[in-house]
Write a new protein. Structure first.
Length: 418
């Protein structure tokens, strides 16, 4: 495991280009298994989660070229097994997205418990329920075992939870069920809409992508396709916070304006000067102010993936901010480390935290317990006096490609220690 050594107190400036959305890359790779023809994905993020997913496809019999680059070519004439490698599955929450393609092409899927952030708190109930609605049945066995020997059938379903990956699982399965399926209370995030767009390119009939009701006309012969991934708005928002918390100026390229609007709304409430110019999101030198209350919500509400970062930004804002993340309680627990950096925090309960600022932060050793809070703690260390050490760095590199190089390119005094 690696450690990131961070010398705080330096203003960051310059430009950075975001890569494709991690949360789109994983379901798009799973979708490549639905056709025997070649699929080409470009602007793929160069991150460890994508590499793990690509190696899972290899393990199942697919041909994957370009691992570690921004262009992946996938061809899968045959799936040779129905149980992906358990060690790889244990590293990646997104491995659950393989269930639909495996059931569609092999009639059976056996999946070890997926890993990723908060694995003990994130069940597969929505995924399993949607697959059962399409004719799959759960059978006894280690991990999660499902069978659909007679194939998947179209259905009308209501998702009890508007889960992003749960919606994607339902979409991947419905794409292979002959007839019309309807998914209600579907997640509306941009990466769900992007999956719908890619499935259409493969030959699936879809209406309503990006809305709470998606209709899928599946079961036809699917063909190969090429797709350039949309820019990652969470990564763009992360660089925006890095600029704001260090008093710097950063231009962030390749973000979509319609996605950045949600992030910019909260930054502007915190008096961060930012503007969208085409695909360029520009953050100018600002003095953060307390936002009063920041609450996460289903899209187009403020994304939970940004809540750790704005909590850290609030430590440098004038006044008090109440941050409420109703979805994931462990994100806020991971930020308790800020107290030992001299931040003024009051954890009301697992979902709410009150931050009073501004406070001069002090460097210290930090523990990256999940992807997003790890990036938030890096932002805190960049604003702090003295040195900080964050480990394991690999936790953050799951979602941020070439992180050390890009931080250094913006003027950060950081070094990766083995």
């Amino acid at each position: 495991m690696s450690t990131l050594l961070i010398e705080g107190g330096h203003r960051l400036s310059g430009s950075v280009t975001v890569e494709g959305n991690k949360n789109a890359a994983l379901p798009l790779l799973a979708a490549c298994l639905l056709t025997p023809d070649e699929c080409v994905l470009t602007n793929v993020p160069r991150i460890s989660d994508v590499e793990v997913m690509a190696r899972l496809l290899l393990d199942l019999g697919a041909q994957v070229e370009g691992i570690g680059s921004t262009t992946l070519r996938v061809r899968c004439p045959e799936l040779v097994k129905d149980e992906p490698d358990g060690a790889l599955v244990g590293r990646l929450r997104g491995s659950v997205l393989l269930l639909g393609p495996l059931l569609a092409r092999r009639g059976r899927a056996q999946l070890a418990p997926p890993g990723g952030d908060f694995p003990a708190r994130r069940t597969l109930a929505t995924h399993i329920e949607s697959l059962e609605a399409m004719g799959a049945r759960v059978v006894p066995g280690p991990g999660h075992v499902l069978e659909a020997p007679d194939g998947l059938r179209p259905t009308s379903m209501y998702l009890y939870e508007a889960s992003v990956t749960g919606t994607e699982t339902a979409l991947l399965a419905a794409a292979c069920a002959a007839g019309r399926s309807e998914i209600r209370h579907a997640a509306c995030e941009p990466h769900v809409a992007e999956l719908c767009h890619f499935l259409e390119k493969l030959g699936v009939g879809i209406t309503g992508g990006g809305t709470p009701t998606i209709r899928v006309d599946g079961g036809g012969k699917l063909h190969g396709a090429q797709h350039q991934l949309w820019g990652d708005y969470v990564e763009a928002g992360s660089w925006a916070v890095v600029a704001a918390i260090t008093g710097g100026e950063i231009e962030i390229d390749a973000a979509r304006a319609e996605d950045m609007e949600v992030v910019a709304a909260v930054l502007k409430r915190m008096k961060i000067h930012c503007v969208m110019d085409g695909e360029m999101f520009r953050v100018e030198r600002s003095r953060p102010q307390a936002a009063g209350r920041i609450t996460t919500g289903l899209w187009p509400g403020f994304p939970s993936d940004m809540v750790s970062l704005v909590t850290v930004l609030a430590t440098q804002a004038e006044g008090q901010t109440l941050v409420h993340d109703w979805l994931y309680e462990l994100r806020l627990f991971a930020l308790e480390q800020l107290s030992s950096m001299s931040a003024d925090l009051f954890l009301c309960d697992p979902h709410r935290i009150i931050v009073s600022g501004p406070r001069r932060l002090r460097g210290r050793p930090l523990d990256s317990r999940d992807l997003r809070s790890g990036m938030a703690l890096i932002a805190a260390a960049l604003a702090a006096d003295g040195q900080s050490k964050l480990s394991p760095l690999e936790m953050v590199e799951r979602g941020y490609g070439r992180l050390v190089d890009r931080l250094q390119g913006l003027g950060a005094k950081v070094a990766k220690l083995s």
